[in-house]
Design a protein around this ligand. Structure first.
Ligand code: C6P
Length: 414
């Protein structure tokens, strides 16, 4: 994930920027500099057009109708599942459950696998830099089962070391749930090594891939994980759609977590026989257009020079880090050796929200606040940061605008 900073690739960023119509927008009369990609990425025209075409030519409910539109919609929906399978290199489409996003995928595992499996005294181990989506679902299920949430600390750079995970693993650990990339700090966690460690200790592994999928090729077989969760909107797809990869034998054994249409084979008042995978976990009408849009987004990623794009993005992050740490009074939060996509910072004497507002007036979109990762911010003695987050379409010019805007904010607010 950590491309060398000096890599120069033939990747044509100007060409890729043309794929994203929103990048031509003006904000407060200034060209948009979009640096809030960890919150959500922008959408290429191919995704926007796919959604438009779907509603104009295909819209129908799926898996239900005998009519032509329903068959078309079903085919497109299932084709998107196959694209998602290919994107993650999952062995089978039965192992790809569409969800609303990462949050719902993690809640599914918590309420189905964990709730039906864990007993009082069992442990779930997470990292200290997790997003609330990878903390609160486990707290809820711990309350329901009597299991205990255990936290492996990060060091002062924001790195989660294997030794820290190993030190917290016991024979009571039933699940290790860890982020692939921290959204607040940008640290890349050694998830393949953590997975091996956890498996050797007899625990299952869930990886929160929300901040990884747009920044590295993900291969669930190579990682060896049991569950992998991600959101479509973080990887150029629509909001409200994402996926859970789960190993087949685990999904087969897990009870459904929501009941309703499509997740059953037969129903009587005496009971229900559940549907095959993955439909057992997809109760109700899903976000059909969203899934098809996600398929288009993942095809986009698999079609462009993604390796070149990532090397470019990494070079821009490296350039930004150098420029930002040179600003007097600015402190970058998170100095992991392997970082991806995120530059969190605080400025002496300035509230992050004020920084965000002033940057917005200069056309620069960043996120400020706790980034839904309050525990790790308190670890650094903070309640919030300003966060610039990068994607493949950002440039050194974007960074120069960010730096100029920060300097202006310092002048105006000091
Ligand atoms: N982080 C951010 O600005 P959803 O909301 O389900 O699409 O993704 C949740 C989530 C889970 N894990 C990590 C590591 C994340 O970064 C996120 C979403 C956004 O950082 C919104 S809080």
């Amino acid at each position: 994930m950590n491309a060398p900073a000096q890599v120069k690739s033939a990747f044509d960023v100007a060409r890729v920027r043309e794929d994203f119509p929103i990048l031509r927008e003006l904000v407060h009369g200034k060209p948009l500099v979009y640096l809030d990609n960890a919150a959500t990425t922008q959408k290429p025209a191919v995704v926007i057009e796919t959604l438009d075409r779907y509603y104009r030519t295909t819209n129908a409910n799926i898996h239900r109708g005998v009519h032509t539109l329903s068959a078309r919609a079903t085919d497109a929906f299932e084709a998107a599942r196959e694209t998602t399978r290919r994107f993650l290199n999952a062995p089978s489409t039965a192992e790809i459950v569409f969800t609303r996003g990462t949050t719902e995928a993690i809640n599914l595992v918590a309420q189905s696998w964990a709730r039906s499996t864990l007993k009082a005294g069992d442990e779930i181990l997470i990292g200290e830099a997790e997003h609330h989506s990878n903390i609160v679902p486990w707290q809820i299920v711990c309350g329901q089962t009597g299991a205990k949430l255990v936290v492996a600390p990060v060091d002062e750079k924001g790195e989660l070391h294997l030794e820290a995970v190993a030190a917290k693993l016991t024979e009571r650990t039933k699940l290790v749930a860890v982020g692939h990339v921290s959204n607040a700090l940008g640290s890349v966690n050694p998830v393949a090594a953590i997975t091996k460690l956890a498996h050797d200790a007899g625990a299952l592994v869930l990886i929160d891939g929300a901040q990884a999928v747009a920044h590295a090729p993900v291969d669930v077989v190579a990682l060896g994980c049991d569950f992998y969760a991600f959101s479509g909107h973080k990887v150029f797809g629509p909001t409200g759609i994402g996926a859970l990869y789960g190993r087949r034998e685990l999904l087969e054994a897990m009870p459904p977590w929501q009941g309703g249409g499509d997740m059953i084979r037969t129903v009587s008042f005496e009971g229900a026989e559940y549907n095959d995978l993955p439909y057992k976990f997809e109760a109700g009408t899903p976000h059909i257009a969203g899934a098809i849009g996600l398929g288009a987004a993942l095809e986009y990623v698999m079609t462009i020079d993604f390796a070149g794009a990532l090397a470019h993005e990494h070079e821009v992050l490296h350039y930004a880090t150098g420029k930002m740490i040179a600003i007097e009074g600015l402190r970058v939060i998170g100095a992991a050796r392997e970082k991806s996509g995120v530059l969190s910072f605080v400025i002496e004497g300035l509230h992050p929200h004020d920084v965000g507002m002033l940057l917005d007036h200069q056309g620069v979109a960043i996120r400020t606040g706790h980034h839904c990762a309050m525990p790790v911010l308190s670890r650094f003695g903070l309640s919030g940061t300003a966060r610039a987050s990068f994607s493949i379409y950002n440039t050194r010019e974007d960074v120069d605008c960010l730096v100029a805007a920060v300097r202006k904010a310092q002048q105006l607010l000091s």
